[in-house]
Ligand binder design. Sequence first.
Ligand SMILES: *[C@@H]1O[C@H](CO)[C@@H](O)[C@H](O)[C@H]1NC(C)=O
Ligand SMILES: *[C@@H]1O[C@H](CO)[C@@H](O)[C@H](O)[C@H]1NC(C)=O
Length: 260
Amino acid sequence: MSSSFVSKRIFSVTILAMVAMQLSCVESVLSLNQTNEYLHHICLNRQGTYKSGGKYERDLNNLIPMISISVLGNVVVFSGDNAAYVKLQCRGDSSTSKCRTCLDTAFSEIRRRCPNNRGRIIWYDNCVLTILTFYTYAEIDYQNHFYISNAKDVSGDTKSFNEKTRALLHRLMEKASSKENVPSKKNYLYATGEESLGKMRLYGMVQCTQDLSIKNCSVCLNWILAKLPKCCNGKQGGRFLSTSCNFRYELYPFVKLTTI
Ligand SMILES: *[C@@H]1O[C@H](CO)[C@@H](O)[C@H](O)[C@H]1NC(C)=O
Ligand SMILES: *[C@@H]1O[C@H](CO)[C@@H](O)[C@H](O)[C@H]1NC(C)=O
C-alpha cells in the first residue's frame, strides 16, 4: 500500500480480499469446461452515488489494483468518513492469476453497469465482487441473491435425480463446514465432489466467503440448499448464488475436483 494513499483522510476503505485458493490437489482436468461468464449484477441504489471524477472514484480506482490476491482473508482498513467496503471471493479452484483477472474484469464491468453507485455487486463464474458503504464482515447476506438453472430437464426419474442432487450438495456442505477445517488450509469453506448416476456423472460444488464462521457457513448453505426445489427441480444443472455462499451442480465437469 502506498503511504500517500493511506494518508488521505477523507476516504476509508476496508478490503476483505477473500480468496480461497486450492494450492494443489487437482485431479483430472480432462474435459473441464472452464469459462468465466458474467452471471448477474445488482446496483444498490439506496446506498447512494458518487460524483464522476471525484475523490471517491479516484481512490477506489487506485485501490482495486492493490488488493492482494495471495493473502487469504486479507483485511486492510483505511480510516475516514467516505467508506467503501470491498469484498472479493474467487472460486476455490481459481489460481492467483485467474482470480486477479476476474477481479479486474468484475471491477471494470460493474463501473459500466452501475455507474456512480456506491453499493454494487457483480457475479462471474470465477468470482463475486461486492462493494458496499457499510461493514458486513462475518455476516450472512440474505438480501442479494439469484439463481440460474440449466435449460435442459433431466430425462427419466426426476424425483430420484432431485434426491441425489440434494444428497450430493448436502454432503459437500458438511465437508465445507466441517469442524476440521481451519482458515489457512485449502478447502476452507469450500468443497467439490462427484457422484455416478448410472451412465452419467453428477458434479457439485459449494462455497462460502472466507469471512464466515464455520457455523455460519453451514447456516448459509442450509438456507440456499432449501431453494433447490425452487431453482432446480428436474434440471440438468443449477446454481444459487448470494454474496456469502453458493452452490452449483451439473452433469458435466465445470470445476476442478479436489481429492480429499
Ligand atoms: C461447455 O459448456 C457449454 C455451455 O454450457 C456446453 O454447450 C458444452 O457442451 C460444454 N462442453 C463440454 C466439453 O462439456
Ligand atoms: C453469523 O451470522 C449472523 C447473521 O449474519 C451474524 O449476526 C453473526 O455475528 C455471525 N456469527 C459469527 C460467529 O460470525
